[in-house]
Design a protein around this ligand. Structure first.
Ligand SMILES: [Zn+2]
Length: 284
C-alpha cells in the first residue's frame, strides 16, 4: 500500500466506535517504533509530524520513510502534518506527498480562522488530502506554540457546528480540557460537551494533548465520539529515559545502534498500549 489520507480511517473509526492513534515521531527510529507496533497490533495508524519536526528531518525524507513503511506493512498508514499555522508550508508538505494536514489558525479570530481553513480545505481536497482544524484552544506547549493555561478555551458546540459547515473540514480537534505536554494536575475532561458535539457534528472529532490523561478517560472520550487520539509526549519520555539510562550505565558508549535500540523498544511498547486504549487493534 501507499500512505493514505485519514478520510476512510476516521470514518471507519467513527462508525465502529474506536479511535485511530496519531503518534508524533521525530526520526527514523521513532517512526519504526510506531509502524512496528501498529503492524503487530494490526491497527491503522497516523504518523504525525509537527512543522518543527518537518524542518528538522525534511519533508521529503519523512514522506519517503512513511512510504517505505506503507509498502512494508499491510495496514492503513497516514502521514499527517500536525498543527501547521503556515499555509505555504502546508502546501509544500502536500506537494511532498503528505495526505493529511492540520491547519491551525485557532489562535486567530473566528472569521479569519474560517477563511484560512476554508481556503486550505479547497486546496487540499484537490489533491485528495484530508484537513483537520482546531476550534477552541488546547493549552500547553507544542513546537513553538505555547498557550498559557488562562488562555485555553473549551470548544463551544454551536460554534463548532457553524465552523464545520463553513469550512468543510474533514475532522475537528476539540478542546475539552486536555493540554499539550506534561500535566501538573490530572486533567478533567468535559464529557458532556463532547457528547453534545458528537451529536451535532458529523465529521470525526479529534483529541489533542492526550499524553498523561488516564486511560479510562481516553476510553470514555472514544466511547463518546473521539475518533483520533494524538500522542506525543508519552513517546518522548520513555525514549529519552532509556537513552539517559543507557549512558548512565555505559558512559563510554558511542554506537547509536546500541543506545537507541532500548529507546525504540520502549516507544514501541507505548504504541501498543495506546492502540489497546484506542480500541484500534485488529481494525487494519
Ligand atoms: Zn495538538
Amino acid at each position: 500500500m501507499d500512505i493514505i489520507s485519514t478520510r476512510e480511517m476516521l470514518l471507519n473509526a467513527k462508525k465502529n466506535q474506536y479511535a485511530v492513534p496519531a503518534f508524533n515521531i521525530h526520526n527514523l527510529e521513532t517512526m519504526q517504533a510506531v509502524l512496528e507496533g501498529a503492524w503487530e497490533m494490526k491497527s491503522p495508524v497516523i504518523i504525525a509530524t509537527t512543522p518543527g519536526t518537518v524542518k528538522y528531518a525534511g519533508m521529503d525524507y519523512l514522506a519517503a520513510m512513511a512510504k517505505v513503511g506503507a509498502k512494508r506493512y499491510n495496514i492503513p498508514i497516514a502521514l499527517h502534518l500536525d498543527h501547521c499555522p503556515d499555509v505555504d508550508f502546508l502546501k509544500e508538505c502536500i506537494y511532498a506527498g503528505y495526505k493529511s494536514v492540520m491547519i491551525d489558525a485557532s489562535l486567530k479570530d473566528y472569521e479569519d480562522n474560517i477563511r484560512i481553513t476554508k481556503d486550505v480545505v479547497e486546496f487540499a481536497h484537490r489533491y485528495d488530502v484530508t484537513v483537520e482544524a482546531e476550534l477552541g484552544v488546547v493549552g500547553g506547549a507544542e513546537d513553538e506554540r505555547k498557550v498559557d493555561e488562562k488562555d485555553t478555551m473549551l470548544t463551544d458546540p454551536q460554534v463548532a457546528l457553524d465552523f464545520v459547515k463553513k469550512t468543510n473540514i474533514d475532522s475537528l480537534a476539540v478542546a475539552i480540557g486536555t493540554a499539550h505536554g506534561v500535566y501538573k494536575l490530572e486533567p478533567k475532561l468535559d464529557f458532556e460537551r463532547l457528547i453534545k458535539m458528537n451529536e451535532m457534528i458529523e465529521v470525526p472529532l479529534v483529541l489533542h494533548g492526550a499524553s498523561g490523561v488516564p486511560s479510562d478517560a481516553i476510553k470514555k472520550a472514544v466511547e463518546y465520539g473521539i475518533c483520533k487520539v494524538n500522542i506525543a509526549t508519552e513517546l518522548k519520555l520513555p525514549f529519552a529515559e532509556k537513552i539517559k539510562n543507557y549512558f548512565k550505565e555505559n558512559p563510554q558508549a558511542n554506537d547509536p545502534r546500541k543506545y537507541i535500540t532500548p529507546a525504540k523498544e520502549a516507544a514501541k511498547e507505548v504504541v501498543i498500549e495506546k492502540i489497546k486504549i484506542c480500541g484500534s487493534e485488529n481494525r487494519a
